[in-house]
Design a protein around this ligand. Structure first.
Ligand code: SRM
Ligand code: SF4
Length: 569
């Protein structure tokens, strides 16, 4: 007798949702609560929003017998992270009118709004629609925001890569009109089932799916952490095609060794005309072979792990009807951002600014949000968000540069990138107080920890030496901490697992060095290693390589040995 397969709860939910409608419209209209039902919470993700509550006031509200302080996170779909000044200004206003007055630049190159109460959801989305922004598929079991290298040096090649990112995003966009009906008050039009979701069908994907486009030598989009990546191969300043990697991902669960971060595998090369088709077919292989019984095993990385990279490529080639070409040579040099001013070959200027934790907000020492809005009022180029949560003010003409510089100076943000290389190479995920999954602080704590570590780094003469350092409030890995040379992952309030030995350009996972370290003990734990690195490193040796050579941690060579050879915890 064949064993019955038990699908995860989200599968029937998707099937019965009438293509992502469920009872969302009714629940959003219900003013008796700030919340929505559990099923609707799952469906709302496909429309780019999550129900959250302010965890800082949970206890107080419980004591007062009040409902949690519910609000929504809204995440925008912004392929390649490119936005016009008008779009920036609209988001700036929406943040003030309907959210918590801040704009969060995410590790997938887009804006998030936090603190949008249910009553303001439709107004926010309608205001975005006016400037041609939407949040369709920004979350949920679908293809997410397609990200792309933000390096302004390579502008001609960059625009080709941006175009590919946009084409993939459009091609893989869910077709259901649910978003338009629920949030934009569009009339429901009845269409045949096949027309509704030709790629996804009723069950969409087993889990989230992530794509990026990279242009060596910059790996600022961290290709090894993505489900599918296209690495541009450039000859004579033209993209001749893309190497294809599959099966990267970060999320894991503490104590569950069958969950692990995984670096992607290189499986071949395609010419530019085939890239969208390859994106579609990789997604369809995952649609058909991804695990739909256990959401902890359903990401593409586990599908590739089960099938092996070669097995996955064979299946993909069956879907494509042609073979991938052998992968071409490429070299990545870094996965951080290049800060400050650069001028491209057409004479335009680009300024990359450091945005601490990606949080664009006004503080007394740095009114960044007002400053960027003032720039947006006169800027004729565009804004590009980076996958390291930073911001490029791009395509500034010779004539406009002095004016923009004057504004940035007035708002004290012109020199936002004049910091230690350690800080400039840092990422912290949002974590508390909005993230419901956070076990510890990240965005609100990493800056202080870096201030402590800067003392050691400066004393050791390493102020200008880049070391990648990333912190997340839990092991889901939103700040890609398992690729950092120094990674901190929350275990409990004030306690972090410390990981060492990631590759400087994102090519190697790190390894657990110490478990559940108290925040107050981190400086003491790392100081001797940082000092030793300053004194004993080989010429050009990176921190992540040094800690492996000196035996602080064993090398992680693949996701499936991430948990192996952990010597001291
Ligand atoms: Fe993430 C869930 C924030 C990039 C892996 N992520 C969440 C949620 C929505 C928590 C939740 O499910 O309730 C977080 C909302 C916090 C908040 O209050 O804003 C959240 N993730 C973020 C952002 C905002 C972090 C940031 O500080 O920038 C990033 C938004 C990206 C975007 O614009 O789309 C973000 N998340 C990532 C990345 C990095 C990336 O994509 O390059 C990863 C690791 C790569 C990967 O997917 O493997 C990531 N997020 C996760 C996971 C683990 C998935 C897994 O495979 O197990 C979860 C939890 C889940 O899906 O169950 C999660
Ligand atoms: Fe939340 Fe964890 Fe993601 Fe940080 S890593 S935003 S704590 S889910």
């Amino acid at each position: 007798m064949s064993k019955e397969i038990k699908l995860s709860a989200n599968e029937p939910l998707k099937i019965n949702s009438d293509y992502l409608r469920g009872t969302l419209a009714e629940e959003i209209a219900d003013t008796s609560t700030g919340s929505i039902a559990a099923d609707s919470q799952q469906l709302s993700k496909f429309h780019g929003m999550y129900l959250q509550d302010d965890r800082d006031v949970r206890k107080e509200r419980r004591q007062k017998k009040l409902e949690k302080a519910f609000s929504f996170l809204i995440r925008v779909r912004l392929p390649a992270g490119v936005a016009s000044p008008q779009q920036w200004l609209a988001m700036d206003r929406i943040a003030d009118e309907y959210a918590n007055g801040t704009l969060k630049i995410t590790t997938r190159q887009t804006w998030q709004l936090h603190g949008v109460i249910k009553n303001n959801l439709k107004s926010s989305i309608q205001a975005m629609d006016k400037v041609l922004l939407d949040c369709i598929a920004a979350c949920g079991d679908v293809n997410r925001n397609v990200i792309c290298n933000a390096n302004p040096h390579l502008s001609d090649v960059h625009s080709e890569a941006v175009e590919l990112s946009r084409n993939i995003s459009e091609h893989l966009l869910p077709q259901s009109r649910a978003y338009h009906e629920i949030f934009l008050d569009e009339e429901k039009v009845i269409s045949s089932e096949e027309e509704i979701e030709p790629l996804y069908g009723k069950t969409y994907l087993p889990r989230k799916f992530k794509i990026n486009v990279a242009i060596p030598p910059g790996n600022d989009t961290d290709i090894y952490a993505q489900c599918l990546s296209f690495i541009a191969i450039v000859e004579a300043e033209k993209i001749v095609g893309y190497n294809v990697t599959v099966g990267g991902g970060m999320g894991m669960t503490h104590g569950k060794e069958n969950t692990f971060p995984r670096t992607a595998d290189l499986i071949g090369f395609v010419t530019p005309d085939k890239a969208v088709d390859v994106a579609e077919k990789v997604m369809l292989v995952q649609r058909d072979f991804g695990d739909r019984t256990d959401r902890k095993q359903s990401r593409l990385k586990y599908t590739v792990e089960r099938m092996t990279a070669g097995g996955f490529r064979d299946k993909l080639e069956q879907y494509l009807g042609y073979q991938l070409e052998p992968a071409r040579d490429f070299t990545f040099e870094y996965n951080g951002d290049r800060f400050g001013w650069v001028q491209d070959d057409k004479g335009n200027h680009h300024l990359t600014l450091f945005v601490p934790g990606g949080r664009v907000c006004d503080t007394p020492s740095s009114p960044m949000k007002s400053g960027i809005a003032a720039v947006a009022k006169i800027h004729k180029g565009e804004f590009r968000m980076t996958a390291n949560q930073n911001l490029v003010i791009a395509n500034i003409s010779d004539e406009q540069r002095p004016e923009i510089e004057a504004i940035l100076k007035e708002y004290k943000i012109l020199n936002s990138h004049e910091r230690s290389a350690l800080r400039l190479n840092s990422i912290a995920c949002v974590a508390l107080p909005t993230c419901g999954l956070a076990l510890a602080e990240a965005e609100r704590y990493l800056p202080d920890l870096i201030t402590e570590l800067e003392e050691v780094v400066e004393e050791a003469g390493l102020k200008h030496d880049a070391i990648t350092i990333r912190m997340t409030g839990c092991p889901n890995g939103c700040g890609r901490p398992f690729l950092a040379e120094i990674g901190f992952v929350g275990r409990a309030p004030g306690k972090y697992n410390v990981y060492l030995g990631g590759g400087f350009h994102g090519q190697r996972l790190n390894k657990l060095y110490r478990q559940s370290v108290l925040a107050g003990d981190i400086k003491e734990l790392l100081s001797p290693i940082i000092r030793a690195y300053a004194k004993e490193r080989n010429e050009g040796e990176r921190f992540g390589d040094f800690v492996i050579r000196n035996g602080y941690v064993k090398e992680t060579t693949a996701g499936n040995n991430f948990h192996a050879n952990v010597e001291q915890v």
